[in-house]
Design a protein around this ligand. Sequence first.
Ligand code: SF4
Length: 362
Amino acid sequence: MREDGTTAGGARDDDPLLRVENLRTTFATETGTVRAVDGVSFDVERGETVGLVGESGAGKSVTARSLVGLVEDPGRVVGGSVRLDGAELTDNTESEWRDVRGGRIAMVFQDPLSRLNPVYTVGNQIEEALRIHRGLRGAAAREKAVELLEDVGIPDAARRAEAYPHEFSGGMCQRAVIAIALACDPDLLVCDEPTTALDVTTQAQILDLLDDLRAERDLAVLFITHDMGVVAEVCDRVNVMYAGEIVERAGVVDLFERPKHPYTQGLLDAVPARTARGERLAAIEGEVPTPTEPATACRFAPRCPRAFDACHSVHPTGVAVSADADDHTAACLHYPADATRDEAVERHRERDTRTGAEGDTE
Ligand code: SF4
């Protein structure tokens, strides 16, 4: 920490570990430019788990990949800012990205078996990560690899380090992938649907493990999922994504007890555990659109049960849902709830004109 209270990256003591502002990632396709991530902003603090939730196609995974410089061709981050401890990442060179990935930020993906190399033992693969990121070799690397396997709950870790991935169950493979992620002692763990391929019991164990690791290591975790049940289990704060935008943001209890955006309400109505026995499970009709133009209206309007005329001509931006709820925002023309409808619509119209496509370098 410098004398003026900033870190080497320029972050102040009270800055979040990760700050994403107005992030825009597009894909150039034959049929047009897909705006997969369209003005996304959120923070992640040390020691907390922040959720990014939404249906498939909402832009969650592209957001995660944009944070670590892994957007695949023809995708490109075209605007906005991603700061880790105050240091801007979006203008990183490939070698700077390599230092960040596996150094400060580690990722855990959905399919653990595909992340492990079948021809090397699990221990070898953790040792390789330790060699690259922490300079450990030989007995020191082996000892640390076994310790990491113990940390992620692999029994008889010294013997298991000699095993190949195909000798592990799905849950054990995911634990091994998490051990590799931890080998670089990251500040931020980005988990992209890490339990989707696992059975319910193993899923619960992995969620418990991630929560224990977060608490023990003061890790920041960005948790990407389509599963509201998982969100309730692990997240402190939640960002709901729809068609490339964040449409609602709140603390997890607030979101589940007082969801405001019609899309969030629809997602929660579709959770089996929240539906009374014998009652028909609700579903949101239609599909997430693929945005190819800047938003000039609410992208959820064609599916929204509460849509009214202005929803088709005014683009809602995230506003506090009421005057006393700064940390709960919704991008919906019905909010703030304590304004008249006309006032609320005008507020969104003005905010959208101000923020517009700021930072877009297309
Ligand atoms: S702005 Fe309109 S269409 Fe969009 S979520 Fe709100 S009510 Fe529905």
